[in-house]
Ligand binder design. Structure first.
Ligand SMILES: Nc1ncnc2c1ncn2[C@@H]1O[C@H](COP(=O)(O)OP(=O)(O)OP(=O)(O)O)[C@@H](O)[C@H]1O
Ligand SMILES: [Mg+2]
Length: 435
């Protein structure tokens, strides 16, 4: 079951809200639909599910409706229309007392400017939600200390907020939400007021905490890079509507419309796209039990100088080159065992980012081998493929690649350096078993 389900959710501020919803439901653009009505449509027909343990980012420009949306998720704002379910409980019809109980037990919120109480210690601030909930002092203390430990502020427990930097205060806010022990965290621009370096640090800390705690986090930001860094999935909002939901990679490679495409145009793709999105199908793969004559045939037919070899459970073992196949043939071997080398080809994993591929591609004599989480060969990346992938990311590189394509001799692809058809391997193989 999803941790949170939102269906056909609307929030209209101002008058004649029902008429506004009726007109917007047809899909008309906001300005057109609301013409002549005294209404502002902050959220229009939002639909999504958030899975338990997921960081779901809502991203959009100022005024696109993010805060209004997140405030409807914990009942701080009542929707004009639609449904919000938390762990299967319909929130929009709950009575105020039941709503408060649900907020206390299931959903915590961290705001951009987290208001700490100046005359209370860091510990008391962190345990505030527990105090409101009426927990005994000893238990409050224990849980608040544990939360402060998680955000690295245990030693500051007895200080007052004014002793802390902005980043530390924001971490107290996070600690307060963690101390409450709810499964769902709502974070509205929680890091947006921080300096870039501090912000990055606290993002890292959130990701580390998340790996340990597995909370369900709805994180709001107008910063695309933050969204891409943190989000398992990202919902892009524009003028009150969610225009796309997907992983960072999906949004980059397949934007739903021109707006999203423009929005993500400046993102450093090389840090988002992974090996799995640029790799190619490996054509010349053999099991280690294959004979050298088969290997020779593959080399000849695929016009390449290297074969990728796999072993038991299809695990990647390494490569054999023409020379080794030749040697195996001469030595009368029945298989490639003992001829496989791990030297010539670098290996990466499917989730290696393109940015991290460059060094491996540069240092690998042949296309880099991409392995899945079980060590199987998922694909290969020739250098030219990496360059083409980059080309679609940055126009400068595009023209460089085009130029180099006009001069085949400069192509760094292994095919360019391959032997002509009548190679020595072929001659030996054609003669049959060597003497
Ligand atoms: N209480 C309110 N009364 C009237 N209009 C409101 C109210 N709250 C928000 N709005 C309007 O709803 C729209 C969405 O506002 P919202 O605060 O949700 O956007 P946001 O994406 O969070 O923006 P920001 O990035 O600036 O925080 C805006 O046009 C805003 O002016
Ligand atoms: Mg906002």
């Amino acid at each position: 079951m999803p941790a949170l389900t939102v269906k056909s959710l609307y929030k209209i501020f101002g008058g004649r809200a029902d008429e506004a919803v009726r007109r917007l439901a047809s899909g008309a653009p906001r300005a057109e639909a609301l013409a002549g009505l005294p209404a502002t449509a902050a959220v229009i027909d939002a639909n999504f599910e958030v899975r338990p343990g997921e960081i779901f980012v809502v991203m959009g420009l100022s005024g696109s409706g993010k805060s209004t949306l997140i405030r409807m998720l914990n009942g701080l704002l009542r929707p004009t229309k639609g449904s919000v379910q938390v762990d299967g409980v319909e929130l929009t019809t709950l009575k105020p007392a039941a709503l408060r109980k649900l907020r206390r037990e299931k959903i915590s919120m961290v705001f951009q400017h987290f208001a700490l109480m100046p005359h209370r210690t860091v510990l008391e601030n962190a345990g505030y939600a527990l105090e409101v909930a009426g927990l005994p002092k000893a238990e409050r203390r224990e849980r608040a200390l544990e939360a402060l430990r998680m955000v690295g502020l245990e030693e500051w427990a007895d200080n007052l907020p004014h002793d802390l930097s902005g980043g530390m205060r924001q971490r107290v806010g996070l600690a307060r939400a963690l101390a409450a022990g709810t499964d769902i965290l709502l974070m509205d621009e929680a890091f947006s007021a921080l300096d870039p370096l501090i912000r990055r640090e606290i993002q890292d800390q959130l990701l580390e905490l998340q790996a340990e705690l597995g909370k369900t986090i709805i994180f709001i930001t107008h910063d695309l890079n933050e969204a891409m860094r943190l989000g398992d999935r990202i919902a892009v909002m524009r003028d009150g509507r969610i225009v796309q939901i997907g992983t960072a990679e999906e949004i980059l490679t397949d934007p739903a419309n021109d707006y999203v495409a423009q929005f993500v145009a400046d993102v450093d793709r090389t840090r988002i796209l992974t090996a799995s999105s640029v790799m190619e199908k490996p054509h010349h793969v053999l099991d280690v039990s294959a004979g050298p004559r088969v290997a020779a045939k593959v080399l000849r037919e695929s016009q390449t100088s290297v074969v990728y070899v796999t072993g038991p459970m299809k695990r990647f073992l390494g490569t054999v080159t023409e020379d080794e196949v030749l040697r195996a043939l001469r030595e009368g071997r029945q298989n490639l065992d003992g001829y496989v080398s791990t030297e010539r080809v670098r290996t990466v994993t499917t989730d290696t980012t393109v940015a991290d591929l460059f060094a491996d591609c540069a240092e690998s004599q042949h296309p880099v081998a991409v392995l899945d989480d079980r060590g199987r060969l998922a694909g290969v990346i020739p250098r030219i493929t990496l360059l083409s992938a980059l080309a679609s990311a940055t126009p400068d590189v595009a023209s460089m690649v085009e130029e180099s394509a006009e001069q085949p001799a400069d192509q760094p692809d292994d095919k360019a350096t391959d032997q002509p058809a009548q190679s020595e391997v072929e001659l030996v193989a054609a003669k049959g078993e060597p003497a």
